[in-house]
Ligand binder design. Structure first.
Ligand SMILES: [Zn+2]
Length: 411
């Protein structure tokens, strides 16, 4: 049995610690706030870490695309002869993505961005299943939704599949009408999208954040009116840095005269270039060229292991070139222009840090986005499985939360 109290979780993508602290966000509904280190990578790595409490090399998701000889995306290769002016256009890519989703039945979040179509034979998608539902991870990693389902906790979830107003309106309706619901998670990509275009414009950012704050406050107020005391947890997955420079890494590598596909393979994310090599010669040439660049770093295996993103089978890359904070690879397979804001830099950079705010004090203090999992589990009165037991296995420290062993009776 789970906790009696309703737990409301709000996941505000990209609302970093720095901006949230500066604006004094959520003080009324969730006065306890914590700075959380993020993981190296993008939301497709960070969100699984939040939902499972595991690092990317444990849950298995890091880059959105990984290298394989047997890609489920290979049918897209047939579009490789289309003129670039058509194939890279938004008005072509957007309907294509929608068609692709329907055709494949993939329920996870993905985008085809500006990835050259001939590469879809070499790269496949990691998030084929909806990570906001049970049974999402091929690695067998269990998410908060697996635990909620196993414990029969009635829960509802709203994700990127819902429009902002639609999600909040449905959540309010659920609070009013669905008195069985004990846990909800409302995710919004609104701030992420906004900050990509406006980070650094303090007034505009304050306005966008205030809009989300008001929506959350309204939900919490409604929940307190109808259900009394509720647990409130608000967190993000990473921050957003204002970009200061763009660099044409693709041309640097292309100028070496090696052939992509036969000498080496590469995937150009916006802040990382991930390489695979077919010969020591190709490796030497490319590593030599990358080490000459003063706007990024070749990461060592030790770096990758320390960040929890080292994969023995190298499916996400044999060598990772990470751009220095605020510098972008432009063009990349993600886009042809530099957005004003970007994330995916070193987790150590101040604008990379995520936040967690709660209506209750969390002990031990959360310091990493993987701790968001523990906070949700504790609030829902759930015990982690043996693989994540911290040695105590109790949820004391979370005042007023009922658990199996400590069932609280509420009036
Ligand atoms: Zn983003």
């Amino acid at each position: 049995m789970a906790g009696d109290k309703l737990t409301l979780v709000f996941f505000v993508d990209a609302l970093g610690w720095e901006i949230a602290r500066k604006l004094g966000c959520f003080r009324d509904v969730a006065p306890y706030s914590y700075r959380q280190r993020t993981v190296l990578g993008y939301s497709c790595a960070a969100q699984p870490t939040i939902l499972t409490g595991l690092m990317p090399d444990e849950h298995g998701h890091w880059g959105m695309f990984y290298r394989t000889e047997r890609s489920d995306l290979r049918a897209l290769r047939s579009l490789r002869f289309l003129p670039k002016v058509i194939s890279s256009h938004r008005r072509f890519r957007r309907p294509l993505l929608n068609y692709h989703r329907r055709r494949t039945g993939f329920t996870g979040y993905y985008n085809l961005y500006r990835i050259p179509f001939h590469l879809f034979g070499a790269f496949d998608l990691i998030e084929k299943r909806d990570i906001y539902a049970p049974g999402a991870f091929a690695s067998g990693a269990k998410s908060i939704f697996d635990h909620l389902a196993a414990a029969d906790v009635p829960y509802r979830v709203w994700t990127w599949k819902h429009e902002l107003d639609e999600g909040f309106a449905e959540l309010e309706t659920a609070i009013r009408d669905d008195h069985k619901m004990r846990f909800s998670l409302h995710y919004t990509p609104y701030i992420d999208a906004f900050l990509h275009g406006h980070v650094g414009d303090d007034e505009a950012v304050a306005g966008a954040v205030a809009l989300i704050e008001r929506r959350i406050a309204r939900v919490v107020e409604l929940a307190r009116e109808t259900q009394g005391d509720v647990n409130v947890i608000i967190f993000s997955d990473h921050g957003m840095a204002e970009t200061t420079g763009e660099h044409d890494v693709i041309s640097v590598v292309a100028a070496l005269g090696l052939r992509q596909g036969s000498d080496y393979q590469v995937f150009y994310d916006s802040t990382m270039a991930r390489f695979w090599f077919e010969s020591p010669h190709a490796r030497d040439r490319i590593v030599g060229a990358l080490k000459e660049l003063d706007y990024g770093t070749v990461l060592s295996d030790a770096d990758l292991k320390r960040e929890g993103v080292f994969f023995g089978d190298r499916r996400f890359g044999e060598l990772i070139f990470l751009m220095n904070p605020t510098r972008l690879i432009v063009p990349s397979y993600m886009g042809g222009r530099a957005p004003r804001g970007m994330h995916g830099f070193s987790p150590e950079h101040r604008d990379s840090y995520a936040m967690l705010a709660s209506s209750f004090e969390v002990d031990p203090e959360p310091t990493h986005i993987r701790d968001s999992f523990r906070v949700m589990m504790q609030a829902a009165g759930l015990q982690p499985g043996p693989e994540t037991v911290d040695g105590h296995g109790d949820s004391a420290g979370l005042s007023g939360t009922a658990s199996d062993s400590n069932q609280e009776v509420t009036a």
